[in-house]
Design a protein around this ligand. Structure first.
Ligand SMILES: Nc1ncnc2c1ncn2[C@@H]1O[C@H](COP(=O)(O)OP(=O)(O)OP(=O)(O)O)[C@@H](O)[C@H]1O
Ligand SMILES: [Mg+2]
Length: 479
């Protein structure tokens, strides 16, 4: 609903206008001075203001100028001038008024001016929400983020291959952004980006299906093939075909794919027509294909065809400097997507994000921030909003052979106080091992003040081991 504010010192004038507008069903407020209006503008954020120039105290024109230079998002203003003061009206429009009316005016004129303004406001709103949506979408689809050396190299490679039709193999651990890179290559090729970007996940389909998926089939090619179906190769004609998880293809499909790449032609299943296709192939894998070749699971000749150019995306833990920007972007996008308040990332949380090893790479980081934005209880994301394996701040015990319980087995002698003491001793020792004895760092990780940790260390009988006098000058101040 449109919010309208009438600013006029004459009660009768306000009454007249309010009555004339009552049929519109707007939400109307009134003020008898610029000063009173100023407060209402803050409180109610009206969309539209009817502003009389002649006001006691601050004049209407000055108030208009104040409104217009504080920000560009204020209400539309319709200025109301005294009879015969056209010059004033011109001034007002120059100062940013949307329109003007001269007293006395017909109520129909008022309605007309308001109706026009309302349409403008509606358009503005639509534009704004559209722009917001575009921003969110583009930040989600988002071009590659990150300025680390590794990402700069990836970007430079994309730039180089994009214009060509070279076949590209994208490699990287799971969640490093292989598909994003493939899309980017497509988008940046001016000749192809009007064509389709067609993605096929080779791991998701059984091998009998993948063949018809890639090459299509004629009607009656097999039981259930009721109509002709175009395969992904034909769908991608003129564009880019992205073959994801290429390491998971059966030998049969590998052979057919190789032929398609060599001849640039395909045959639909059950057909004998050889159809020319113009596609650029980008493929991706997280598997070590060399090993698959050695093991006889992947054709070497196909491998060489696919990796004319190889783009290797480094894992996130090898480009930690990208983490802050990625995290911020994901937090912003998550807040937009779930319509939650924007959250900044607090120092504590950021430190944990920077320390964590990110086995799931960028995807894991993105999911982590989605979750954190949803869980957050304050304006700033804190370490406690992160999942435990990240907020713990030092490697959780894993079940690898050399680290069976990480020394963290819960002690049990049925004496609660003693067991707790022992557990704290192990827990803190483990943290200090991680920081190589650095008490200040350990205190940060544990979320304690350094002095408190020192105190604790002494209580637990670990003081002599970790609290050295030179490193910790205020040693005895708080015990
Ligand atoms: N550099 C980056 N900048 C912005 N977003 C990124 C970046 N890298 C990855 N992402 C985002 O992380 C998510 C995972 O990326 P993507 O699907 O491309 O990874 P992948 O390598 O194909 O993973 P998988 O091997 O599991 O298929 C996507 O939401 C993607 O938009
Ligand atoms: Mg992928």
């Amino acid at each position: 609903m449109l919010r309208l504010l009438i600013v006029d010192d004459e009660e009768a004038a306000r009454y007249g206008m309010r009555r004339a507008l009552s049929t519109f069903g707007y939400n109307v407020s009134e003020a008898d001075s610029a000063e009173a209006a100023r407060a209402l503008v803050k409180q109610q954020e009206p969309d539209l203001m009817l502003l009389d120039v002649n006001l006691p105290g601050m004049g209407g024109l000055d108030f208009l100028r104040e409104l217009k230079d504080s920000n560009g998002n204020g209400p539309l203003v319709i200025i109301i001038t005294a009879h015969g003061s056209e010059r004033m009206a011109v001034e007002a429009v120059k100062a940013g008024a949307y329109d003007y009316l001269s007293k006395p005016f017909e109520l129909d004129d008022l309605r007309l001016v308001i109706k026009n303004a309302a349409e403008t406001i509606q358009l503005r709103r639509e534009n704004l929400s559209l722009r917001k949506r575009i921003e969110v979408e583009s930040s989600q689809r988002g071009a590659l983020i990150g300025n680390s050396e590794g990402m700069q190299r990836v970007r430079a490679m994309i730039e180089k291959v994009a214009e060509t039709d070279a076949t590209v193999l994208v490699r990287g651990e799971s969640g490093t952004g292989k598909e994003l890179v493939a899309r980017e290559i497509h988008e940046r090729n001016s000749a192809r980006h009007n064509g389709a970007f067609v993605a096929v996940n080779c791991a998701a389909l059984p091998s009998e299906l993948i063949e018809s998926e890639l090459f299509g089939h004629e009607r009656g090619a097999f039981t259930g093939a009721a109509a002709r179906r175009l395969g992904k190769f034909e769908q991608a004609n003129g564009g880019t075909l992205f073959l994801d998880e290429i390491g998971d293809m059966s030998a049969n499909v590998q052979a057919k794919l190789l032929r398609a790449l060599e001849e640039r032609r395909i045959e639909r299943l059950g057909g004998n027509e050889s159809i020319p296709v113009d596609v650029r192939i980008v493929s991706a894998t997280h598997r070590p294909l060399e090993q698959e070749i050695a093991a006889g699971n992947f054709r070497a000749d196909l491998f060489y065809r696919l990796r004319v150019v190889t783009i290797e995306i480094p894992p996130l833990r090898e480009r930690r400097e990208d983490i802050p920007l990625l995290a911020e972007t994901f937090a912003r996008a998550a807040a937009e997507r779930y319509e939650l308040p924007q959250r900044s990332i607090g120092q504590g949380a950021l430190r944990r994000l920077l320390e964590y090893s990110w086995p799931g790479n960028v995807r894991e980081l993105k999911n982590t921030l989605d979750r954190a934005v949803i869980m957050a209880e304050a304006d700033e994301l804190a370490a406690r909003d992160l999942p435990p394996e990240i907020s713990a701040g030092f490697p959780a015990p894993t079940d690898t052979a050399d680290n069976d319980d990480g020394g963290l087995k819960v002690p049990f002698t049925a004496d609660f106080r003693e067991d707790r003491r022992e557990f704290e001793r192990r827990y803190i020792t483990r943290c200090l091992e991680h920081t190589q004895g650095n008490v200040t760092r350990a205190a940060e990780i544990l979320g304690m003040h350094r002095q408190s940790l020192q105190h604790k260390l002494r209580q637990l009988g670990l003081g002599r081991r970790y609290v050295s006098v030179s490193q910790e000058p205020q040693d005895d101040s708080d015990s």
